[in-house]
Every structure is written in structure tokens, then in C-alpha cells.
Design a protein around this ligand. Structure first.
Ligand SMILES: [Zn+2]
Length: 197
């Protein structure tokens, strides 16, 4: 009988702060950042990166799980550093609502510019991720918000953002339940949530 070895090459670092998790993943020639903090908190992110032995210059791509201030507030500030935003078609409504939201708020928010984004549909994500050296895909997983997505890695990992765990869902939250069905149709062994562990 041939022994089966499971080896996880994927290096995932949590560079979160202010009660939110931001995940840094190794890709070919750099890092992919999943989610980022409130507008104006770039120094906090930089400090957290430094603490974990990384730097902002290593980040090549940014993927927000959804456009809420504690997950996508730094989007344009990251883009200003040459980091490419993975802008999914399924999140277009989220981006415009986000921009509107900040017009009435006092945050030091930098409006997200349409230039230099990587525009794609979730259905194109597997091919794109393969180019980064990641085996996986991005699923549209509404529930917490209409623009919520989940990054799935074939190693069995799911980055679910703020999709509430099934046990915490109200009976009538069908969108979230359907999103979990979609996620669980993949072999998931570990969840990386936007908050908590
Ligand atoms: Zn949220």
C-alpha cells in the first residue's frame, strides 16, 4: 500500500487589526491580500506587515470579500502603491454603494478609481488565479451583502469574509444558506473568516 502524504505549501498570514482579519497569501512573485482596513489605516497595516516580516511592496493584488469599510476601506490607498484590485463584476454594485456611503461620512476615504483594475467575472477566476500560482476559485456568495464573495483554495480553504456561520443564521436567510451550499460543494477543511478565529 502506498502511503498518502498531504503537504500544505500555502503560507497564510493574518495581518489583521481592529478586530478584523486580513489575510496575506503567497502567490508567484509576491502576495495577495484578502481584505484590508478602514480608510486611513494604511500605517496600521504597514506596521502589522512589518511585525510579520512582510512589507507593502510585496503585495501585488488585493481582493476585498465585500465593500464594507472594515474590509475594503483601503482599496484606493493600496492601489496608489501599485497593488492591483481584483474587481469582480458581481461586486460592481457594492463598489458604487460604497462610494455613495462615504460621501456623507467623515472618513479620509479615497474614492476607488476604475483605472488599473483587473476586471473579471467570478467564472473567470480559476484561470486568473492559476496564473498567480493558486489553485482555486472565487465564488459569489451573497447573504451578508449582495457583493460578498468567497475565495476557495483547492487545499480546502475558504475565505468567507462576513458570511455568518450556518448556526448563527436566521431561518429565513436563504441567500446565506445557498452561499454555504455553494461553498460546501467544494471540499472545505478550514474556514478563514473576516472576524474571529
Ligand atoms: Zn461586512
Amino acid at each position: 500500500m502506498t502511503p498518502v502524504f498531504f503537504r500544505i505549501n500555502m503560507n497564510i498570514i493574518n495581518v489583521g487589526y481592529d478586530s478584523t482579519n486580513y489575510y496575506l497569501l503567497d502567490i508567484r512573485d509576491g502576495k495577495l491580500l484578502v481584505d484590508s482596513g478602514f480608510p486611513g489605516t494604511l500605517p496600521k497595516l504597514s506596521a502589522e506587515l512589518k511585525r510579520k516580516g512582510c512589507s507593502i511592496g510585496e503585495i501585488k493584488y488585493f481582493l476585498p470579500t465585500h465593500y464594507h469599510p472594515d474590509h475594503a476601506g483601503l482599496t484606493q490607498e493600496l492601489k496608489n502603491h501599485g497593488i492591483k484590485l481584483i474587481a469582480l463584476e458581481e461586486q460592481a454594485g457594492g463598489i458604487s454603494a460604497f462610494t455613495e456611503f462615504f460621501k456623507t461620512k467623515k472618513y479620509p476615504f479615497q474614492e476607488i478609481q476604475p483605472e488599473d483594475n483587473i476586471n473579471m467575472k467570478c467564472t473567470d477566476s480559476r484561470k486568473f488565479l492559476a496564473g498567480l500560482g493558486l489553485n482555486g476559485e472565487i465564488l459569489h456568495t451573497p447573504g451578508h451583502s449582495n457583493d460578498s464573495i468567497t475565495l476557495i483554495l483547492d487545499e480546502g480553504f475558504a475565505f468567507t469574509g462576513d458570511l455568518h456561520p450556518v448556526f448563527a443564521l436566521p431561518e429565513n436567510d436563504l441567500p446565506s444558506r445557498e452561499s454555504w451550499d455553494k461553498i460546501n460543494s467544494h471540499k472545505i477543511t478550514r474556514i478563514y473568516p473576516g472576524h474571529g478565529s
